[in-house]
Design a protein around this ligand. Structure first.
Ligand SMILES: *Cc1c(COP(=O)(O)O)cnc(C)c1O
Length: 399
């Protein structure tokens, strides 16, 4: 099978027609300084050594690749393997990226860190690394999300961060992100903005991808070691797209023999309220980049909906838009109730309570496994654990 030659973004941050830097003049220097520093750091052996050391001793990497034998047995068909990002410190893959960016903040001599958060997982990861490196930390969060995600708000405060409520718009992640960008414009000298997914202006989508690519790098090695060969199908859920691109990136050269599937949130169904930007969105600009977006006929960004706060974003990373156009990755969607069903099934067969986000990917694996031969291998990226979702789960499953 011929290898796929894939290289993106270009030097301006374009993934085909997507991505780029749609920013006001006041942000141009910030973005350029960040890019310059990142390009230096990523090839600096000292930086790499520090990051790898912390990923090992502080985050707990490599995370295991686990054969979900009972789940596979129950479904009949392909063997399902889970990449256990839920076992990372702080409970999700977000910390891989937060750690990389905080090391950059340190290099640049920044004293103040800002971040946006939806479910609160990125806020918690950022507050965590700021505590570790003694940096001031301010997290912007929509008032609606503050209400829905109270335990994570408490965690951030306990870690020493200030949580700033955002009351604009729908009072969710999109509005929190806009507010964080405004803060960065107003405080360009001393502030480092830690973005939580592969979104925003260049260099963020590239940089966050590179920090998350450790997931796929480990998986590729582990699956060959433990299962004896490359997988047939690799699945990840897609909100902004960071855990998915982190998983897919090292598999892209094999994209003709390994099927890569990203799963968005279909919410209440694709005809109702959902967050399926790649399936239902149109091209537009949000938070500094060209991407596929949920918008109305006037280009106004629509409110996204998903039972999982982490998938509840009306846009999606530009690289996913490009990979979809190139046909290297396929994108599908899972509804709220399907995700809950998958979460419940995984808990009862494997003793693993995953995040509602990750349950979207698990459901797609459950759909595909029975129709595949026994020798085939499915890898699912289990992006996080379900502790943060217990409130929702208790309500929805009547526990
Ligand atoms: C934030 C989050 C997601 C969605 O973000 P991506 O950038 O798409 O990965 C998925 N799963 C978990 C557990 C999360 O915390």
């Amino acid at each position: 099978m011929t290898k796929v030659v894939y290289s993106a973004p270009d030097e301006f941050g374009h993934f085909g027609t997507f991505g780029g830097k749609f920013i006001p003049e006041t942000l141009v220097k910030n973005a350029a300084d960040l890019e310059k520093e990142y390009l230096k750091a990523k090839d600096d052996p000292e930086f790499i050594k520090t990051l790898e050391g912390l990923l090992r001793d502080y985050v707990g990497r490599p995370t295991p690749l686990y054969h979900a034998a009972r789940l596979s047995e129950k479904l009949g068909g392909a063997a399902i393997w889970l990449k256990r990002e839920d076992l990372c410190h702080t409970g999700a893959h977000k910390i891989n990226n937060a750690l990389g960016q905080v090391l950059l903040a340190k290099r640049m001599g920044k004293k103040r860190v800002i971040a946006e958060t939806g479910a609160g997982q990125h806020g918690v990861a950022t507050a965590t690394v700021c505590a570790l490196f003694d940096l001031q930390c301010i997290v912007y969060m929509g008032e609606e999300d503050i209400r829905r995600q109270a335990p994570n708000v408490a965690r951030m405060k306990l870690l020493g961060a200030e949580v700033r409520p955002v009351s604009a718009g729908t009072r969710t992640l999109k509005d929190a992100t806009s507010e964080a960008i405004r803060d960065w414009m107003n405080n360009p000298e001393e502030t480092f903005y830690i973005v939580g997914s592969v979104i925003g202006m260049h260099p963020y989508p590239m940089m966050v991808r590179d920090f998350q690519a450790v997931i796929g790098r480990e998986t590729r090695r582990q699956v060959v070691e433990q299962a004896g060969r490359m997988p047939d199908l690799v699945i990840a859920c897609v909100g902004g797209g960071s855990n998915a691109i982190g998983m897919f990136f090292d598999f892209l050269p094999d994209a003709r023999s390994v099927e890569l599937v990203g799963v968005e949130a279909a919410g209440e169904g694709l005809e109702g309220k959902h967050a399926a930007s790649l399936t239902k969105g149109e091209i537009g600009v949000l938070h500094g980049a060209m991407m596929k977006l949920l918008q109305d006929q006037y280009g106004q960004v629509l409110e996204a909906h998903s039972i999982s706060a982490g998938l509840d974003y009306p846009g999606v990373g530009p690289e996913h838009c490009y990979l979809q156009r190139l046909g290297l990755v396929t994108y599908t969607s899972t509804t709220d109730s399907e995700a809950l069903f998958a979460l419940d099934t995984l808990a009862k067969t494997e003793g693993i309570i995953c995040a509602l986000e990750s349950a979207h990917a698990v459901h797609y694996a459950m759909k595909r496994a029975p129709e595949m031969p026994k020798e085939s291998i499915i890898v699912v990226n289990l992006s996080g654990r379900g502790d943060k979702d217990m409130g929702t789960i208790m309500q929805e499953l009547n526990l």
